[in-house]
Each structure stands twice: as C-alpha cells, then as structure tokens.
Design a protein around this ligand. Structure first.
Ligand code: ZN
Length: 381
C-alpha cells in the first residue's frame, strides 16, 4: 500500500531506480516463518520423496520470491507516483507487508488513481505469470510447487489490497474515484477512511471469533485489523486537519517581527542571540535579504573552539522552500519536506525582506483554537 507511517527503523537493503528499499527487523521474523512453513509443510506435501535439504532450499527460494513480489508491488506504486510528480522517499517492508513512503499527495484524482492501481497491477502480472508456470509444469514437481505457492500468495495479496478500505490500495482507488465525482479530496478521504474503519473493525471481530473458536491464527487477523483501524483513523485525522486549515495563508499565522541574524555574524554571536531568543531556527540576512535559516543544531554541531571564526553564512540552510510568500497556503506548507525538517520558514516580501517567521507551533496553536471553536459549534454526540 502507498503512504502510511510505521514505527521503527529499517535495515537498508539496496536501491532500485534511485529509490532505496529496506526491511524492518520484524520482517526477518516473517521471512524465517515463511521459509520454515514451506520447508516442513508445503514442499514435503507437494513433492513426494523430497529431501530435507531440497525442501529447505526451496523454502528459502519461495520466501525470497515472495519478498521480491512485495518489493515489486511497492516499486509499481513508487515509480508511477514519481512520474506523477510525487516524491518517494523509500520503500520499506514491515511485519504485515510493504509500504512506499511518499512526501506530499496527489494533486489530481487521476494521479492518485494511477499510483494506487500500479501496485496491484504488478501483483496481477506476477499472479498470471506464476499461474501459467504452475499449469505448464508436471504435477508433483518441485518447480510446480514453488510456482503454485507464489501464484496463491500473489492472488491473496492482490485480493486483500483491492479491498475498498483506506489505507489499502482499493481504498485509495475508491478515494480517487470519490474525489473525481465529488470534486472534494477531503470529503473523499473522510468517506474512504470511514469504510476503512468499518472494514477494520469487522476484521478484528472475525479474528476474535476465530480465536474464541480455538484458532490462534485469528490473532494475525486481529493484528491486521488493528493496524488498518489505526491507519484509517490517522487518514481521517489528517483530512480533518486539512479541512480546518484550508484557506489559511502563511501571513495570517506568522510571528512578527522576525528576529534575523546577519550572515556576517560569527557562530558565537549567533549562539548569544539564540540564548536570548529561544527559537530553534533563525532567518539569515545577506544585504538585508533573507537567504536561508540557521538552526541551533548547526551551531551545536560546531566544535566550541571554532565558534569565534565560523561565519553563519556557511552554516545557513539555503533551501529556497524555507522562504515563503505571505499568500502561501498553510496546508501545502505542512507537506513540504523542508518545512517538516526545519519546522519553521521565513515569510518574505517581493524584495526578499523578512516579514515574519511561521513555525509549526504557530500552526498548531491555530489548529487547537479551531478545534475548540469547532467543538463548541458542534458538541460531540
Ligand atoms: Zn499496494
């Protein structure tokens, strides 16, 4: 599935088409479990007289192919998303599958539809290829057993991902369709996320029933349902935040006046200002114009002995995204990687002079106020 945020750090495996991919440590457990199930169950059942060594070798091959299939599915999402102008940070495999981490969202429903459908399209092709190989090979052969396992898992992955419940791929396709029909991306997210929550709760109920009937495998279903519930909920909260903040411009929320540092100041001089004015980052001025932001971290990383010599001109983060027009939409800003990194940006006029500083705290304050007003206007039922 595209998007989403999982906890934990992943182990980098490699880079394909400029997009790195990795696995979370929990995935290694799944990898071992799949190899084991294939080696002691599937292959001895399907291939009569198979040696334990061959069964383990094939089990490992089966797990590797499954892994490659999930990675290919995520690259399907990632490559199409990138072609549609959405930045893809990395691909990650975690306990329950893969995720392509993207920065920003589709600007048109057609873009979302394309990248949401691209992953399942890859899996469909794999399912067809492995089904064809299965039918072509003689029954009882090791090759057929291997191809059959990959065909079955591809079909299961495809079927699950196509369920019309956000954050699953089918839910994203549904959201794109609702967006195209209704013209409102936020309402489309709310509806698709509501369906996702209903589906997740139903899945958890099913898992609990299975456990009650004595099948411990039901615990997996509960886990998947719980993950889907929290992911659909966070999609809904994100859409609510977007709805509350839409139409608000940077100039309305910025803090004035901006406390700026001249690029010719030394790191030691900047540190003294930072002690007096406790902000995590400051606009840096060259000839009166803002050229970037200096974060307190850049000074903290400097060896104390060099702080009297190093000028902050060399320490400033000069990402142009850290300079804002007063008319910039706050919802767009919140998705900007540069703003996410520094958590503040300088609002400048047409000549590049600082008008104020907009920080994540300013945005949060307005969001909290809006929520309180919203709750007063519509008390919870
Ligand atoms: Zn997917």
């Amino acid at each position: 599935m595209p998007g989403g945020d999982m906890v934990g750090r992943s182990i980098r495996i490699g880079t394909i088409a400029g997009i790195p991919f990795g696995v979370q440590p929990a995935w290694l457990f799944i990898f071992g479990l799949v190899t084991w199930i294939l080696a002691i169950g599937w292959f001895p059942d399907q291939v009569s007289g198979i040696s334990p060594e061959a069964a383990w070798g094939l089990g490992l091959a089966g797990a590797l192919l499954l892994f490659a299939g999930i990675v290919a599915h995520e690259y399907g999402h990632a490559i199409v998303a990138r072609r549609r102008g959405i930045e893809v940070e990395e691909i990650d495999l975690w306990l329950l599958g893969g995720v392509a981490r993207m920065r920003g969202h589709a600007r048109k429903p057609g873009d979302e539809l394309a990248y949401a459908a691209a992953g399942p399209a890859v899996t469909l092709v794999l399912a067809l290829i492995f089904s064809g190989i299965t039918l072509a090979l003689p029954s009882g052969s090791a090759g057929r057993a291997l191809a059959q396992y990959e065909a079955v898992t591809s079909i299961l992955i495809l079927a699950f991902n196509l369920l019309p419940a956000l954050p699953l791929d089918g839910g994203r396709v549904l959201r794109a369709a609702l967006w195209r029909i209704g013209g409102d991306p936020i309402k489309a997210t709310m509806r698709a996320a509501a369906l996702g929550r209903i589906f997740a709760i139903a899945l958890m109920g099913l898992g609990i029933a299975a456990v009650a009937l004595g099948s411990l495998g039901g615990l997996w279903i509960v886990l998947v349902g719980w993950f889907l519930l929290s992911a659909a909920t966070s999609e809904r909260i994100g859409a609510e935040a977007q709805a509350r903040m839409s139409g608000i411009h940077a100039a309305e929320l910025m803090t004035t006046p901006a406390v700026c540092l001249p690029a010719t100041a030394t790191a030691a001089e900047a540190a003294r200002v930072m002690l007096r004015e406790p902000h995590p980052a400051f606009p840096v001025l060259e000839n009166g114009r803002v050229v970037g932001m200096l974060s307190s971290g850049a000074i903290a990383n400097l060896a104390p002995a060099s702080r009297n010599e190093v000028l902050i001109a060399s320490l400033a983060d000069r990402d142009p995204h850290l300079l804002l027009d007063g008319e910039a939409e706050v919802t767009t800003l919140l998705e900007d990687p540069a703003f996410q990194r520094v958590q503040r940006a300088t609002v400048v006029d047409a000549d590049g002079h600082a008008l104020g500083v907009l920080s994540i705290t300013d945005v949060q304050r307005r969001f909290d106020a809006q929520r309180e007003v919203g709750e007063l206007a519509a008390p919870p039922t």
